[in-house]
Design a protein around this ligand. Sequence first.
Ligand code: UDP
Length: 328
Amino acid sequence: MRILVTGGAGFIGSHLVEELLKQGHTVITLDDLSTGKKGYLNQIIHHHNHVFVHGSALDRSLLNELMENCDVIFHMAAVLGVKNTVDHPLKVIEGNIDATRNVLELAFPRKTKVIFASTSEVYGKNEQLPFSEDFSNRVLGSTNTHRWCYATAKALDEHLCFAYGDKGLPVTVVRYFNAYGPRQNGTQYGQVIPKFIKAALKNEPITIYGDGEQSRCFTFIEDTVKGTIACLDPKANQQVFNIGIDQVTTINELALKIKSLSHSSSEITYFPYSEAYGQGYEDMQKRVPNISKAKQTLNYHPTVKLEDGLLRTIEWYRQDLKHGRDDG
Ligand code: UDP
């Protein structure tokens, strides 16, 4: 197939592009390099079935041109990260809504399948776990708290997807649950695994926000990509899938694991949320996916255990620091 990947030089995007090429597809990678890095595509930049285009999904005429003769679009380009959401709400709202609308509007007349990268954030602070795609309520906070703008923008994107889906566009929505692995950009987004690993490798303090008893289901990038590519199956059309793993880890456990796996002497310190994200920040205490729909429909079975994924990620950051890139 001929496939366009927006945001293809980003963390999830670059791993996805590599795997699609491995599977024999032709791939056009579009990325504005705002957070993605061309270096993440080093291994495939000259691949005979790959073209890299430096540009934005906000550029309609470019997008229109690149979609010509494509069979599928993976729309991965996004403005994300808790820090961005709190500090740059306009960038988050516009970047996520306008680009997705462009992709869907331009894909629609051609009936080109769109696979849209969404997020477990859309479930918000619902305390009824695990989250099921079609049944769990979304529980979000007030609109004058920026913290909720990313979840809201992605949810509106999902509505757009399904509205176009009703008109006959083949669409699939994937909701990611805390993907992690090599190339995740912790400096810009503030995500916990790259931050902890970088601190551990430098023997600097590992900072836990709150009491550390909040938990997440950390999903290794290989499994995330497997679930995403499985959505090429027509059975996935007009459907939404949780793509994650159901191994629950508290942030305290995560800090200890990273410290021990990287043989670090970092001390573990605690910070109030207000110091990290400002007053009024609400963290999700728990977030667990129900992945039975993805298992049944997509034959998606995540296999990478946290320890193994962390070891591989730590090794990547070690090399990254050794070569003085420090770009994760
Ligand atoms: N977190 C932390 N220290 C950090 C960064 C994050 O304790 O330096 C916590 C954060 O408060 C949250 C969890 O780790 O409870 C996961 O945060 P991340 O931003 O990676 O993902 P999300 O909150 O979007 O799931």
